[in-house]
Design a protein around this ligand. Sequence first.
Ligand code: NOJ
Length: 954
Amino acid sequence: MAVTTVYSFLRLAAFFVFALNVSFSTAVKHEGFKTCDQSGFCKRNRAFADAVASSSTTSPYRISPESATFANGQFRATVLKTIADGLTVHLPLNVTFLKSGLARVTLDEERRRTGDIELRHGSKARKERYNESPAWALVGGLDIDFSAQLGEHGNSDVTAIRYGDNQRNEAFIRHDPFSIYFQRDGETQVTFNQRGFLNIEHWRPKVEVEVEEGVEKPVTAEDESTWWEESFGGNTDTKPKGPESVALDVSFPGYEHVFGIPEHTGPLSLRETRGGSQDAFTDPYRMYNSDVFEYELNSPMTLYGSIPFMQAHRKGSSVGILWLNAAETWVDITKKKGTKSKVDTDTHWISESGILDVFVFLGPRPEDLTKALGDLTGQTQLPQTFSIGYHQCRWNYMSDEEVKEVDAKFDRHGIPYDVIWLDLEYTDDRKYFTVDSDKFHNPAAMHAQLDERHRKLVTLIDPHIKNTANYPVVDQLKEKDLTIKNKDGVTYEGWCWPGSSHWIDCFDPKARAWWKTLFKPDFFKFSTYNTYIWNDMNEPSVFNGPETTMPKDNLHHGDWEHRDVHNINGMTFVNATYHALLDRKPGKPIRPFVLTRSFYAGSQRLGAMWTGDNLAEWGHLEASLPMILSLNIAGMPSSGADVGGFFGTPSSELLTRWFQAGAFYPFFRAHAHIDTRRREPYVAGPPYTGIMAQAIRLRYQLLPVWYTAYHEASVDNSPILRPQYYVHPEDEAGFSMDDQFYVGSTGLLSKPVTKEGAATVDVYFADDEIYYDYFDYTIYSKKGFRTVDAPLDKIPLFARGGHIIPRKDRPRRSSHLMQWDPITLVIFLGKSGDAEGTLYVDDGETFDYQSGAQIFSKFVFDGVSSTLTSQDIAPKGSLTDSYRKTMAPVRVEKVIIIGAPAHWADKKHISAEQGKEKMQPKLQFHPASGNKAAWAVVRDPKVSIAKEWKIRFA
Ligand code: NOJ
């Protein structure tokens, strides 16, 4: 395919040394990425698990009885690993019970912790197992539950500890062999080391065995071939610390479904990875942030980011774990018939290095898990309003004239958009913070046009810094010694877009402080305060590195090996950029916007992510939905996929359907590869352009819904897109569904069309509540599948009865221009005749909302009294009053009631009140017709959104 050929060529140009290896196919280069079998520690741990499973040997780990203590919410002990007759390895164990009802289990290795080991090759890497993941991933949720107390157990070999809300939870710590069972309400939910796969590869010196010629090498019990050195694709990992993996089996008895551990393609409900069903994968799910070129669908292969959080779900219960480890990690999943249940899910977690650090969540509701995960890893950033509008990107808009032209064309076609993006080519020779002034000869005029129309610019800044003369950024980077180092402690050099490059080490606080200086407009002269940032290639992508990334024996600040921190690395870069943007403007801070490709647990605090280089194929459109749902339930809701597909040229139909789906991605951006044909929504012509424009306008109409959903995510990290199981946790038929979803808590149910030529879709309604077609109010009131019409110009969108949604119905060119527009409330009455909803509003830009400058209203329609009330549920602060005054002119201009009772037909006027003001707005009734619900409209009730009000329909 021409497109991918050229893309390969671009990489080739940057990476000529490896030219001969670059393949010109559309398929992922499997040979460029390890399978479990090719990854020493993964293979060793699978083999260890097989050996344990097939023999009667028990786990060699036991708690030393005299070491065990329990006090102040913490159980401490030393776990002894027997390695030979009488010889043991000491592993300090800590089980901490948290106020949130979570338990945290850590296991370290005493010899490495105390530095009582020798490193090979004169390495100056740190000797300890990496234990700083919490410093990057966690922000809270660690308060200890001091009321946790010893429970009773008939067996003295077991310590039982009750903890959590009303002490519903209980951990049973078995001493010999060591294992832990976690129960809720007397039922086992999660087990550790039940299958005996716990494996902490302890430090040992390398014993050089001299082998005489002709004499066979002595056979040892363990396969040592990958302990001391490992080669792959022409790169050798020197492994100065020897084997140091950490692995554990975690079982979820009675749970058929497990979700999470993004980022992978494939179904939301994770598949088995060994044996089992026909569609089982053969490799474990892998988490090793990588630039996977032309990634394939339906695969456990790693992608650009990882969140090691897994949620298990069964009817009425959700539980989960967070495996806090930043090294390369593999997860095997198998299912079996349970003794007491239909299915038990067993998992096996394998990380290359670091301590064992695992949080156990006992739910029981899906939202209990997301909330607890948010308390630990932080809430989703409340973004600026512009960033939830539509983003227009391509690689590349080549000049300031082109930017202005695209901008103008959007207006000419009446298509709203908020942000235009500049990829790589705006720079001078791929030197970030510079600009190609031949192409961008008058940036000021470009910025002025965007500013005038209240639009923003996003520019790309990557972590690789061109290694070239006369480039102050690289000079400073080296002079200040802020680079990632190779194994010998010398500035690492590798290849990326600019050719030879160095990488900033954002683990180093000095590097982060320096990074801030680069974003000041007097340094980054091309930028203005309306320029925001795209951080790409931060896995990090290194074209000539092993598996397209950095050698594992590279060194970071604090002398930690890259191996230990790899999956966190991308997040540290975004963190640096986030703080640079926060710092760049004097005066009132403005919320930063940063898009990242690589991510880890905690990245949600810093910005949005996207799913990287997808293909303009129907399968990729379809795959984007489970991918984004998985991110949403794993704590990274601000996510999207390249609308239209990055590689290749979508048909007009595919592009149109992608816009319709993309209008429901939390992060909504079209992007395309440099070699693809132009495809801004106005290019296709009728009827496609009109239909794409409609999809984008729907996004803008629903901006209050999206912003309110983002607000919820910023409070308790709740998913912005919610899968069926999350909203209907009792409805087993929906547990594995991942092609339809709800928007926040609004009851809006979207089922994007992802099949070529489809004129209908089968939508699943999970209960007997009324569901309305969003556009024409057709009623669906029976649980089950319904085939609904979905011609090209129709977005299958439904509203579950019982919800009230806020909208802005006046079409505008950008979100900024909608700021003062009035609100329309749409009430979808439920079976009971009631409905509820919320609206969150603030200035969409600053942090004033934290001082009370916000409106948060709860709307309740009570069917019995036929009254709609708006209640103020916002937290108050010093800016509340002044903000409310500013917002006083913003009115509710319309209330639309879907499913309005027939007797309203006779009403002409109803009553509304706000404070002392009494109004008598008109009511217009539209009777039901066929299967379409009756509806009524109240026009201009003259109530402001800034204060409480009431409308009586009785
Ligand atoms: C890789 C990114 O995934 C893609 O979106 C971008 O266009 C290219 N890098 C060039 O910067």
